[in-house]
Design a binder for this molecule. Structure first.
Ligand code: WTA
Length: 677
């Protein structure tokens, strides 16, 4: 990432006048005495972790996981930024998520309540899920998948996604889950980069009451000669007809269904790769974030227990994230199962078949811990409080938020409408459920900043405090810690167990992206501020990453997609603030001579370009608006000044344009947009 760009965004964060007012918050909600008394962690944990971080994590690793071989050194940081945690330990993720619970007499506990979009349901106990994963592990091995091989997973939110991930972990294969909303082209580039041998997919899924296909994208991704894929296993989900490649494709039911349910898990090295997950960065090409086994499992399980105050015997946990994103990895596929919890998994959208679907699910399964994204909360706000008001949400005792900053207004709504609902006749709880706003990233693997619900007095809009054992700071340009009341860049000062171990196949890019901005610190790419109490407020990205509905998208990646279209000469993409989705993608394009011209061509061109982005990346990346402009604002060194475009996209007078090579450009853009409308 260019520092110039970072600096520009940073100064915007610093001088944004609205921010100062926004970040002043006097409201605080201390945990009730009852909640605090029963909480799984107490206030002493901070000092305990502070005394010796690696020793703290080593204790958690031994408490939370069963190791085949105990480890020696907790942390080897002799070759930064390449960390090794729990050196020499051997551990199997699937055994820890499954078999051991059955061995401990918990085989009949429900692991997953699955709710399909059309209303079909399935319940898996720990014993049943263990059996399915064993069969799946045998099936994958019979297809030639061995330890270290990569498996691409392109599945909807159905139990087979979790079964596949755990089966890979069991045999030491490395899963690479690709979100089902990504296009065939995006899938192909991820399969190629990881050189996957096997793809697991489904005929399709259901979206807003209609079947929606998945396998055609896999077929299309595999049309290129010389790809690495030997087999495609297909789950029958929506019953739609699919094309079939003999020898390559096989049905899940014939393969996994027919496999033996006997399978012994062996421990893998603590640093054995567990998965790769591609995420958008500041360049056009998504990065394959690599996570390994021991540290990742330790921190995901610890945070799941401490931050959600998990009581696995009684709680019902529901994380609404798709397994295609990191939240679905850490807090659907791994942590809840490692902790022996009962969880809900839902396939569909919040408004199918009606806008009360989520609350109906909460009521039905008595969900006690709900973990979701601010964009969903803002959508529910828009739909109105009467809808959740019709359901009994009294089972809820902890609410989590993740993925983007939660504005105080949405925070308060979440607390009052969801967290204080004590029945469907308007009854209110005296002690609303605490809200835990959790900051973390694909790269961090697990939560890093969050209140502890039985300890911290929570504050609307702030993620507040680093978790025990995590060394977070906010620093200025020179890397010096800023005092309370000031803003800067969010960094992590010490290695943490679930940290990424690198970028798949590109160690240099790993160093360059995260470790070169500040000496000896991990640079997260987020702006942040410490308030007067020292609580941390996240201010959004300071790089070219956008956050749309809690999904990470790269401006550069969308720009590359746009300029790959023959009509487009140049493109600049910005994330414009949006009330519901946090940010919305807005693209400015300069067309080539070859593009259709004339009175009626505008809408058709925009539609064509939006669809092109959908094809190149996926529907989630389609720009909300595409504005055709005669020129783009550039500095004398040729850098596009996105800050000015952002002003335009957000309907403001453009800011200081004196560094532009041609200062009249903003006027030209304004004029062209005015004549177009
Ligand atoms: C943003 C999602 C504010 C942030 C787990 C980060 C947040 C990026 C929060 C990572 C939060 C995530 N408050 N911002 N609680 N949680 N973010 O990799 O900008 O999809 O860098 O991981 O989301 O997105 P990712």
């Amino acid at each position: 990432m260019s520092n110039a760009r970072t600096e520009a965004s940073y100064s915007r964060l610093q001088h944004g006048d609205a921010l100062e007012n926004l970040l002043h918050e006097d409201r605080k909600f201390a945990p009730s005495a009852g909640f605090a008394a029963n909480a799984v962690v107490g206030a002493g944990v901070y000092a305990e972790a502070e005394a010796d971080r690696p020793a703290f994590w080593a204790r958690q690793a031994r408490l939370l996981l069963d190791w085949d071989t105990d480890f020696g050194q907790a942390l080897d940081w002799s070759e930064p930024p390449f960390a090794k945690w729990f050196v020499g330990g051997r551990v199997n993720a699937a055994y820890n998520a499954l078999d051991r619970h059955v061995e401990n007499g918990l085989g009949d506990r429900v692991a997953i309540f699955f709710e399909g979009e059309p209303g079909d349901t399935r319940t898996y106990t720990y014993a049943q899920l263990t059996e399915e994963v064993k069969k799946c592990a045998n099936a994958f091995e019979s297809l030639g998948v061995a330890k270290g091989d990569r498996v691409a997973v392109y599945l909807p939110m159905i139990p087979e996604a979790v079964i596949t991930m755990l089966a890979c972990a069991r045999i030491g294969a490395v899963h690479s889950v690709v979100f089902g909303g990504f296009s065939a082209d995006a899938l192909r580039s991820r399969i190629d980069d990881a050189q996957a041998r096997l793809v697991v997919t489904a005929d399709g899924t259901y979206r807003r009451g209609k079947p929606s296909p998945l396998k055609p994208a896999v077929d299309q991704a595999l049309t290129a000669p010389g790809h690495s894929v030997e087999h495609v296993v297909v789950v029958r989900r929506n019953g739609q007809d699919v094309d079939w490649v003999q020898g390559r494709d096989r049905w899940w039911e014939d393969t996994v269904g027919a496999a033996s349910a006997e399978h012994t898990a062996v421990g893998h090295d603590a640093e054995h790769p567990l998965f790769i997950l591609y995420t958008s960065g500041t360049t056009g090409k998504p990065k394959g974030i690599l996570h390994t086994t021991g540290g990742y499992l330790t921190q995901t399980a610890y945070t799941h227990r401490a931050v959600f105050d998990l009581h696995p015997e009684t709680d019902v946990f529901w994380c609404t994230a798709d397994v295609g994103w990191v939240t679905g990895h850490s807090y659907v596929a791994y942590a809840p199962l490692v902790n022996g919890a009962t969880q809900v998994m839902y396939e569909g959208t919040p408004d199918s078949p009606h806008q009360g679907r989520w609350w109906e699910i909460v009521q039905k399964y008595k969900v006690s811990i709900l973990y979701t994204a601010p964009t969903a909360i803002r959508t529910f706000m828009k739909w109105g409080r009467e809808i959740p008001g019709r359901y009994d949400l009294s089972s809820i005792r902890v609410l989590g938020s993740v993925g983007e900053p939660i504005n105080p207004e949405a925070w308060m709504w979440y607390r009052e409408v969801i967290g204080a609902n004590a029945g469907n006749h308007g009854e209110k709880k005296e002690d609303p459920a605490p809200i835990v706003d959790t900051w973390w990233q694909t790269e961090t693997g697990a939560q890093m900043i969050a209140p502890l619900p039985g300890v911290t007095a929570t504050k609307p809009g702030s993620a507040q405090v680093p978790l025990p054992g995590i060394a977070i700071d906010v620093v200025d340009e020179a890397g010096a810690s800023v005092p309370d009341g000031h803003g800067g860049y969010l960094v992590v000062r010490e290695p943490w167990p679930a940290m990424l171990r690198g970028i798949w196949g590109d160690p240099e890019r790993f160093k360059e992206t995260y470790w070169s901005r500040f000496e000896g610190m991990y640079f997260a790419g987020d702006g942040a501020k410490k308030d007067e109490d020292g609580d941390i407020w996240l201010l959004g990205r300071v790089d070219d990453v956008m956050n749309v509905s809690g999904h990470r998208l790269s401006t550069t990646e969308i720009e590359s997609a746009l300029v790959s279209h023959p009509w487009v000469a140049e493109a600049a993409v910005v994330g414009a603030s949006d009330e519901t989705t946090g940010q919305a993608v807005v693209a400015f394009v300069i067309l080539r001579e070859s593009a259709p011209s004339g009175q009626d061509s505008g809408d058709a061109t925009v539609t064509e370009l939006r669809n092109h982005v959908g094809k190149e990346i996926g529907p989630i990346a389609k720009p909300r608006h595409i504005l055709v402009v005669p020129e783009l604002p550039k500095t004398r060194s040729g850098k596009i000044m996105r800050r000015l475009l952002q002003d335009v996209a957000e309907g403001r007078e453009p800011g200081d344009a004196t560094t532009l090579s041609d200062p009249t450009i903003m006027a030209q853009i304004a004029e062209s947009l005015a004549t177009r409308n």
